[in-house]
Design a protein around this ligand. Structure first.
Ligand SMILES: Cc1ncc(C[n+]2csc(CCOP(=O)(O)OP(=O)(O)O)c2C)c(N)n1
Ligand SMILES: [Mg+2]
Length: 564
């Protein structure tokens, strides 16, 4: 006979998750009571949002399912942003919340919220568990849906009486989806039609998104791209999927993408999409997006097709299956010669200029840090200008090496996500880049970092503004910097010290002379190799902007470039 709480933990353990993140409270107390000896390690964050972002960090870097636990009411509502984030970025996540006693549900009991109803539109699947007997099945099904197909969040709400009740436990369950589901997925792999379009194409391009990484088909994708040698670019979540030194690779595409990538996407007549949903940050004005292109869309989730424009050829299925089939068809085909198109699209005239303007020192700073990272590293970026600068300067070919809240753009993501990443990869150098605004949204996780002694390298790019919003105010609202001024920021160095974390400050003036002085160079190396957590506050120009920029609603060809 085991308690419901013990059964939950046994079933979670059986799914391969050994690390969970959470925060206790009344309705979930039986689960906490059962942790000891369960084989599941629980990480106490200092806020439930920290727990869910940390679980996402763990999931994003390992590909395993992340688990976040919270109590009912305020604990559950604090998870909601993380659930939305996991939905947008296809992160496998199981959230477990305590709920008030079954007999009290619907009475507005103390700390009762309908978290099931509240998260219904954010989850792939969710369940308010009704009986103790169903716990093993429900947990097996929850993990199945979280990791299957296009991964995403699921939510389990467990009334406290079920956690306390006992039953005979016959072992964890297995979940098998309806056999017809496999049939439905098998149809529609139009790889031969895709090759036919390729024959007619004069200016083909490839766009790589998160799906390429999630499918694990990186080697297959790289082999295909090496065969096609078409101009190729990536979404923010596709960064690292393509070999950085590939001569046809043009970097990031979209609102803050490279000029070369955006021009190629605007001019193409055949767009091959590998696992991306084409949201407005990638397309610019959807009505003027890739105006001459036909679209071949490799995608696991049919719901992501035709969102902006109908695609001519949907190739539905796991990219790990569809890319090799396509490659086999391509190998048997005599493809047109695209060297003239490649020479234009990848030519020197479209290459990125060296950083200039007010953002130059910050970009150099990121270049210096990134280039000094040991080979085994993960960069986590928060949301704002520093995120886009980091994405632009990212130069690694590591598929899970750049982690950020892309689809939701949730400020406060980076620090707790870095906690999850560092715990999942203890020997890896984890560099967490935040803004002065976003860092304050989950600053309490410094306590988690200290308590666990996680050697995370934290950077705050301190421009004393909600910089990305200020940039828009400067460009589109006549410099009316309404409520974006953070010039009364606290002293982050002193704050870190209060959390017993070593911190130091560097002014961007140190980066105006290149190469950097031996002193700065040593300081960076020491920072990145320190076995302790450490915070570096980088003071940068308050009015530095991110360029190139495609203004919201403009076409990709209408980029604003860096001012001199
Ligand atoms: C939770 C949340 N609230 C508001 C926003 C809107 N927003 C996007 S970027 C940004 C500014 C971020 O400022 P900071 O963290 O200092 O980064 P910076 O842009 O200055 O580098 C804001 C407020 C958001 N993305 N997330
Ligand atoms: Mg800022």
């Amino acid at each position: 006979m085991l308690k419901g709480a013990e059964i939950v933990l046994r079933c979670v353990r059986a799914e391969g998750t050994d690390l969970v993140f959470g925060y206790p409270g009344g309705a979930i107390m039986p689960l906490y009571d059962a942790l000891d000896g369960s084989g599941v390690r629980h990480i106490l964050t200092r806020h439930e949002q920290g727990a869910v972002f940390a679980a996402e960090g763990y999931a994003r870097v390992t590909g395993k399912v992340g688990v976040a636990i919270a109590t009912s009411g305020p604990g559950a509502t604090n998870l909601v942003t993380g659930i939305a984030d996991a939905k947008m970025d296809s992160v496998p996540l199981v959230c477990i919340t305590g709920q008030v006693r079954s007999s009290l549900i619907g009475t507005d009991a103390f700390q009762e919220t309908d978290v099931f109803g509240m998260t219904l539109s954010l989850t792939k699947w969710s369940r308010l568990v009704r009986t103790i007997e169903e716990i093993p099945d429900v947990i097996a099904e929850a993990f199945y849906w979280a990791r299957s197909g296009r991964p995403g969040p699921v939510m389990l709400d467990l009334p406290v009486d079920l956690l306390k009740a006992k039953m005979e436990f016959r072992g964890p369950a297995k979940f098998y989806p309806h056999p017809r589901a496999a049939e439905a997925n098998a149809e529609g792999a139009f790889t031969d039609t895709a090759v036919a379009l390729l024959h007619q194409a004069r200016r083909p391009v490839a766009l790589v998104g998160a799906g390429a990484k999630l499918s694990g088909a990186i080697d297959e994708l790289r082999a295909l791209l090496d065969r096609l040698e078409v101009p190729t670019f990536a979404t923010v979540h596709g960064l690292g999927a393509v070999r950085q030194d590939a001569p046809y690779y043009l970097g990031m595409v979209g609102m803050h993408g490279t000029r070369a990538a955006n021009m190629a996407l605007h001019e193409t007549d055949l767009l091959m999409v590998f696992g991306a949903r084409l949201d407005d940050r990638v397309t610019g004005d959807p009505t003027r997006f890739a105006p001459e292109a036909r679209i071949v869309h490799f995608e696991i989730d049919p719901a992501q097709l035709d969102r902006v424009r109908p695609c001519e050829v949907p190739v539905i299925g796991n990219l790990a299956d569809t890319i090799p089939s396509f490659h086999a068809e391509v190998n048997g085909a005599h493809l047109p010669d695209w060297s003239a198109w490649r020479a234009i699209a990848c030519g020197p005239e479209r290459a990125e200029p060296d950083p200039r303007g007010l953002a130059q020192p910050t970009k150099r700073f990121l270049d210096e840090l990134f280039s000094r990272l040991p080979a085994d590293n993960v960069i986590i970026a928060d949301v704002g200008q520093h995120q886009m600068w980091s994405a632009q300067r990212y130069r690694s070919s590591s598929p899970r090496g750049f982690i950020t809240s892309g689809g939701l753009g949730a400020m406060g993501f980076a620090l707790p996500a870095a906690v999850g990443v560092q715990l999942a990869k203890p020997g890896t150098t984890v560099l967490c880049v935040s803004g002065d605004g976003g860092f304050q949204m989950n600053i309490q996780e410094l306590a988690t970092v200290h308590r666990l002694g996680l050697p995370i390298k934290m950077v705050i790019v301190d421009n004393k503004y909600l910089g990305m919003v200020r940039q828009w105010q400067q460009l589109f609202y006549d410099r009316n910097y309404a409520e974006t001024d953070l010039s009364d920021n606290p002293d982050f160095v002193e704050i870190a010290k209060a959390y017993k974390i070593h911190a130091w400050r560097l002014n961007e003036d140190a980066l105006t002379e290149m190469p950097v002085s031996a002193e700065i160079s040593d300081a960076f190396d020491r920072f990145l190799r320190s076995p302790e957590p450490e915070l570096l506050v980088f003071d940068c120009h308050p009015e530095a902007n991110v360029y190139p920029m495609v203004p919201s609603g403009a076409a990709l060809s209408e980029m604003m470039l860096e001012e001199d």
